[in-house]
Design a protein around this ligand. Structure first.
Ligand code: ATP
Length: 320
């Protein structure tokens, strides 16, 4: 490859900027020209493409969001849109593309690969819902945001002997709830991967208060439903518990990335460029047991991410 481009697509995540920086600087270091595509696949179709130099990615490693901005693009879901994208890249002399995003963005990259553009996907999403990587870029920061919020809730809950239901993001994946729940000592963690009964959750909260606990936290992954409905279910069964609901929402997607996310993004960005240089294409990059890996996107998007039951059981045992 002689000229490559990079874009961010789908929901943004902390650490995307660190990944862009790594892509740009690794490419330039290896004598490859690099372009930034603004606003994901929409920007590609609109030819919103500009050259990137060393300085263009200065002072961004610590910033949340993405300097290239992100978008969802209906047109790119169509064969014509994909064809147009491939032609525009070719017209600019660009023979490689690195796409930072989630599952949907990966599928777009796969389509371009089949049209002759060399592509690599980087897992940029807070949800940690991408297979063939233990962690996605942004997940660690999102978990830290939730843990920080729960710490604050604990202060006021203890003062008033109250309980809290905290709804967190993750789409269909319960990982943010699981990791944040374990790290914040939540009493119950409700995730779409594990069946639960509101009766038991409510009973547990009631018993906890009766035996002297001064606060009680239930973390609800958005994949199981609304925190408000969970709280209502608890109140109907145990009116004395009276949980307050906090929906953290997009706060989880913002803020400075943690060191863990910056390092992961830097390693993956560098790895993706090197894979393109080796002539690979249509792969999703990830980290498994500390090792960087590139897996066929077809396999990545058609494999459901395995849920860490061991960690879930641990969180349950420790929250007695
Ligand atoms: P996140 O889940 O973190 O929001 P995502 O990448 O899964 O990220 P999507 O909205 O699913 O977010 O996808 C982003 C963009 O990728 C879409 O707007 C569309 O342009 C493109 N895309 C999604 N699915 C496909 C597909 N099957 N074929 C081609 N392009 C696709």
């Amino acid at each position: 490859v002689k000229k490559i481009a990079v874009l961010t697509s789908g929901g943004d995540s902390q650490g995307m900027n660190a990944a862009i920086r790594a892509v740009v600087r690794t490419a330039l270091y290896n004598g490859i020209e690099v372009y930034g595509v603004q606003r994901g696949y929409q920007g590609l179709i609109n030819q919103d493409i500009r050259p990137m130099d060393i300085r263009s990615v200065g002072d961004i490693i610590q910033r949340g969001g993405t300097i290239l901005q992100s978008a969802r693009c209906q047109e790119f879901r169509t064969a014509e849109g994909q064809q147009k994208g491939a032609e525009i890249l070719r017209a600019h002399g660009i023979d490689g593309l690195i796409v930072i995003g989630g599952d949907g963005s990966y599928q777009g990259a796969n389509k371009l690969s089949k049209l002759g553009i060399k592509t690599m996907g980087l897992p940029g999403t807070i949800d940690n819902d991408i297979s063939f990587t233990d962690y996605t870029i942004g997940f660690d920061t999102a978990v830290s945001v939730v843990v920080d919020a729960v710490n604050k809730l604990r202060d006021t809950m203890s003062s008033h002997e109250r309980s809290s239901v905290v709804e967190v993001m993750g789409r269909h994946c319960g990982d943010i709830a699981l990791y944040a729940g374990l790290a914040s000592g939540a009493e119950s963690i409700l995730v779409p991967e594990v069946a639960f009964s509101i009766d038991e959750v409510a009973q547990r909260m009631k018993e906890n208060f009766e035996c002297g606990k001064r606060h009680s936290i239930v973390i609800v992954a958005e994949g199981v439903g609304r925190g408000e409905d969970v709280a209502q279910g608890i109140i109907e069964r145990c009116p004395t518990v009276e949980p307050r609901v906090t929906v953290l929402g997009h706060i989880q997607r913002g803020g400075a990335p943690t060191a863990v996310d910056r390092i992961l993004a830097s390693r993956l960005g560098d790895f993706a460029v090197r894979k393109l240089m080796e002539g690979e294409s249509g792969k999703g990059c990830g980290i498994i047991k500390g090792e960087l890996v590139a897996t066929d996107i077809d396999l990545v998007v058609n494999t459901k991410k395995e849920f860490n039951m061991g960690l879930y059981d641990l969180a349950t045992r420790l929250s007695q």
